[in-house]
Design a protein around this ligand. Structure first.
Ligand code: ATP
Ligand code: MG
Length: 394
């Protein structure tokens, strides 16, 4: 019996004008993920079919579970559009599963097939009942649901359907630059942006010797987790030490965080121009800390015209943690290494900063020069989803 992985696109099939671009991007992403397996990929406007070797299924499943743009998928048996062949396969599937109750659900897009969906359900249901004992039909809550899709050339029959990663295929949007710290929020923000098709570069601000190599390695590990949804991600490591030291030497205590974040945004603005990033993505969440009140966001955001996407802005911390656990970044994020934001936290950071005070305070040192230097001296690391080493990074 021939088998195929049948992929349903979901949301992207509503994109009329762009449909081909979406489907082609998805099929490239799938074939990239599966390049070490013996598969062939066939696509049409509504579905993608992957022919595969049985023994590879569990590994292939792990890979396609991380491909955005897939709504649902299943492993379907393929037979000719012949009711006798369909009957044989359905009966075999029921006998293999041996449920107490079952239901057949037929969709017939091939209108030249001699029976309509309702008639096919009846014929198949009757055939199963006649050839088994103690199995009943339950149309509301069946133990085994068998779906039969009669298409133009072949019929696809399957029972178990898996949820895909959802969203849009990675690369259907231009590039964004993620501010990636070692915390819980920013990897989740990155994941959610990637899920909308945004290809990411990541930027990490470090302040060695105030922060450690372990803290950097943690960010590399988080980048690697995100890279699993594509292939590799560039991580730009910015040396932020001098800027941070100057801020704390020159500026009023309670404005240090506001000004530090204005400096980060200025650098992000420059990096977006340098690397063709169209948006800045970060893990800010409304009201979480002093620098994330709406007044703070206003004063901080005003140094750049690049749009800032904050995917977790309106989520509760517990909701963010749920996603972090699901995407397996949580256990890395809670490792205890200091981030540059946490090293220099003032006792009473301003909650409602004033724009004029922030400008007055930051003009106490020559930050333009330091920003130029930080941009020119950054280190870029290519983080591969499959490579676990740090050796080329230090
Ligand atoms: P937590 O999960 O503990 O809140 P966080 O990473 O969200 O950690 P915040 O101080 O809330 O830390 O910072 C808000 C956002 O600013 C982060 O989500 C991240 O996008 C960005 N950010 C903070 N520190 C850094 C850093 N060192 N490098 C890059 N981006 C950073
Ligand atoms: Mg946060």
């Amino acid at each position: 019996m021939d088998k195929v992985i049948l992929i349903k696109y979901g949301e992207l099939s509503t994109k009329k004008g762009n449909r081909n671009f979406f489907i082609n991007t998805l099929s490239n992403n799938v074939s990239n993920k599966l390049k070490k397996y013996d598969v062939s990929i066939i696509k049409d406007r509504a579905h993608m079919y992957i022919e595969f070797r049985d023994e590879d299924f569990s590994n292939i499943k792990k890979e396609i579970d991380k491909v955005f743009g897939i709504h649902k998928y299943n492993v379907a048996n393929i037979v000719d559009n012949d009711i006798e062949c369909i009957k044989d396969v359905v009966l075999e599937m029921v006998m293999n599963d041996n449920p107490n109750t079952f239901k057949i659900e037929t969709k017939r897009s091939n209108k030249s097939f001699p029976l309509n969906s309702y008639e096919v359900n009846n014929v198949l249901g009757g055939h199963v009942l006649k050839n088994t004992s103690n199995i009943k039909v339950d149309v509301h809550n069946p133990e085994l649901l068998i779906k039969v899709e009669i298409r133009d050339n072949k019929t696809y029959i399957y029972s178990k359907e898996y949820d895909g990663a959802g969203g849009y295929p990675l690369g259907t949007q231009k590039m964004g630059m993620l501010m990636l710290s070692g915390g819980i929020d920013s990897p989740v923000a990155g994941y959610l942006a990637m899920k909308r098709g945004v290809q990411l570069d990541c930027v990490y601000f470090e302040a060695i010797p105030h922060t450690s190599i372990e803290a950097r390695n943690k960010v590399i590990d988080l980048t690697r987790k995100l890279a699993e949804y594509g292939n590799s991600i560039n991580l730009h490591v910015v040396n932020f030490t001098k800027i941070q030291e100057e801020i704390y030497r020159n500026c009023k205590d309670e404005y240090c965080i506001t000004i530090m974040r204005r400096m980060m945004y200025r650098i992000m603005d420059r990096l977006c121009k340098k690397y063709k990033g169209y948006v800045i993505v970060n893990g800010e969440s409304i009201g979480q800390v002093a620098s994330q009140t709406l007044t703070s966001m206003n004063v901080i955001n005003s140094v750049t015209n690049v749009p800032v996407i904050r995917p977790v802005a309106c989520l509760d911390k517990l909701e963010i943690i749920d996603i972090a656990k699901r995407i397996d970044t949580f256990n890395i994020s809670i490792l205890p290494y200091e981030d540059c934001c946490t090293v220099f936290v003032p006792k009473h950071p301003v909650i409602n900063p004033r724009m004029d005070t922030a400008i007055y305070e930051e003009e106490k040192f020559d930050y333009e020069y330091l920003i130029d230097e930080a941009v020119e001296t950054l280190n870029t690391i290519k983080v591969d989803s499959t490579d676990n080493s740090y050796s080329d990074l230090l």
